[in-house]
Design a binder for this molecule. Structure first.
Ligand code: 5GP
Length: 142
């Protein structure tokens, strides 16, 4: 199967702006940033996305996310940080190697670019609907 662009970055076939690296994890600037300092964190071990990621790989990423998020936040005194992770095309995934987006957020007056707009419109549910959803999901936890 053809390598993804991120595997090519890991193999140094294409360049990247490295932010962090250890034995398991690599972090680099998103080349099409949505805010200033937009950073991607990826495992060196390939998985397509969260669904086929083993727990050790997830732990290796989780271990470094706070450190990198703090560095990204303090670099330009961000007002907040969003961490996103898209799985499958319909959910916005375009590169099929697991990755976490660290997206610093800036108030307008900061002078830094922040092109992100988040819409999060909630759906009202009855208690019975919550209970059905809860049961379905907990039954599917392995
Ligand atoms: P996704 O849409 O899969 O969640 O995110 C993929 C991200 O990879 C996008 O934000 C996109 O800007 C970034 N990206 C795509 N190609 C490259 C590349 O060649 N280099 C870097 N650094 N980022 C890339």
């Amino acid at each position: 199967m053809e390598k993804t662009i991120f595997e090519k970055i890991l193999d140094k076939e294409i360049p990247s702006y490295k932010i962090y690296e250890d034995d398991y994890v690599y972090a680099f600037l998103d080349v099409f940033p949505i805010t200033k300092g937009h950073t991607l964190v990826i495992p060196k071990k390939h998985s397509r996305n969260i669904f086929d990621c083993d727990s050790e790989t997830a732990a290796n990423i989780g271990r470094v996310l706070p450190k990198i998020a703090n560095a990204v936040k303090s670099s330009f005194s961000a007002d907040g940080v969003n961490i996103f992770q898209n799985n499958e095309e319909y959910a916005g995934q375009s590169v099929f190697h697991l990755h976490f987006h660290i997206v610093p957020r800036y108030k307008k007056e900061s002078g830094h670019f922040d092109n992100l707009e988040i819409k999060w419109p909630p759906q009202k549910l009855e208690q019975q609907q919550f209970l059905e959803i809860q049961e379905k999901i907990t039954n599917n936890l392995k």
